[in-house]
Write a protein that binds this ligand. Sequence first.
Ligand code: F6P
Length: 528
Amino acid sequence: MTRMRCDRTPAWRELQALFKSKASTFDLRNAFATDANRFETFSQSAPHVFADLSKNLIDSSVQQLLFDLARQAGVTEQRDAMLAGVAVNSTEQRAVMHWLLRNPALSIADSEQSAIKNVANELAQVHATLDAMLAYAQTVREDAGITDVVNIGIGGSDLGPQMAVLALDGYVLAEKRFHFVSNVDGHELAATLKRLKPENTLFLIASKTFTTIETMTNAQSAKAWFEAKGGTDIARHFCALTTNVQAAHAFGISTTFGFWDWVGGRYSVWSAIGLPVAIAIGPQGFREFLAGAHAMDEHFSRAPIERNLPMRLGLLDVWYRNFHGFTSRSIAPYHSALRRWPAYLQQLEMESNGKRVDATGEALPYATAPVLWGEPGTNGQHAYFQMLHQGTDVVPVEFVAVKAPQHNLPGHHTLLLANAVAQAQALMVGKVDSGGHRHFPGNRPSTFLLLDELSPASLGALIALQEHRVFVSGALWGINSFDQWGVELGKVLAQDVEARLGSGDTTGLDGSTAGLLCRLKTPWPASL
Ligand code: F6P
């Protein structure tokens, strides 16, 4: 497989020269003034998503060189390797096949012709599990005795399903309540349990590994609560979603849906981890969710680089991070149902590409994943948009807006959309004022993603778009986007600190850690 680190390509050097000579002073206002077709040139449609990229700090010469960069770094070859089931997760020797989870089933005849014939067995397993899981979801939907579904999981075993159940509120079965417990902080579980009755509750224990301490602790406590309150039928009230079915059985859960080690945690909402979504929106809705993502997969795998939206977004990310030096991207979903969208993207991008070495372990001489952050609009406008408009840092903003509302409150949606468009406009055009305080520098970049409606299919496509865009920037940076060794050290140290909190032993610790342990060991008033 051709793979060249981005900084070793001729295009990288050309981009550096171009940045120095003129691209660093690029002005969006001039660009629009001199090019009547800029909006058409720098916008495009992809399945379920329209993207306006025209308010970004690029012109055709920059874009051409970015396309060259993708070609020279071998991004398409790396994409094709992932889509052929090659073990591109090199540090864990695993294939990366979350995309297979949304591939339609193949007939035997098709599978012989298909580009994915080498993973036909895996695809058959995917569909067998999907059918079983959706049948189970339907049973739960029809079970009037179950009023509350509690997902216990963290990271990818929480963020994806939680974000999707909230986002698809308009499709969610009204007769059931959905709860998501992720934090090991007992306040979260205790607050949830307070509102539940064991006989009406289904706990979904979601953990790829079934070893994650937060999830296991919450699952143990949920089971203890269930039994203490007289609950008896574990098979009806507990279901495990995991690759480690054996551990789930050992825990005492017999109702299980499995998945595979080639599904990364942050890419797992399409697998059994998506069960809360399937219960919430129903089997047909879940199949539409998968189909929307599959349509984006097809676009990513087939569209030429120049008209390939995930490619264009991933290239822009590298342009901003490594040439302009922007350190963050603000995520602005103008739809309150997308309120967990920024958090979901944080894990997707920062856990995937927050790496300081390349896939061979060599330290990288350039920056990688930016910080992602944000809140739904218009709330963000009354909090931190001040900094976006007039602060000293330039922060590219990624808007997401939805044309059709799912409510009958006349005027609200027009006002919401007007604000989204106006914010992007204001960031770009700015306002000249000699007074200083009222001056807006403008020329601040943004991308505007527009969906016709927020449906299972469009949400599926939007998520897959982001997954692939993260793949593209990771491939350019030469990193393995599919491991997460950076979460390990804290886990190990937490075990040590937990033991020391019991024993009070601070031997060998740094002064601050020892000091904090002593403070924590000091008895606090019983009233607390
Ligand atoms: O934070 C590390 C991580 O491994 C994530 O990648 C993953 O989504 C999360 O923990 C939860 O892991 P599991 O599903 O195995 O409980």
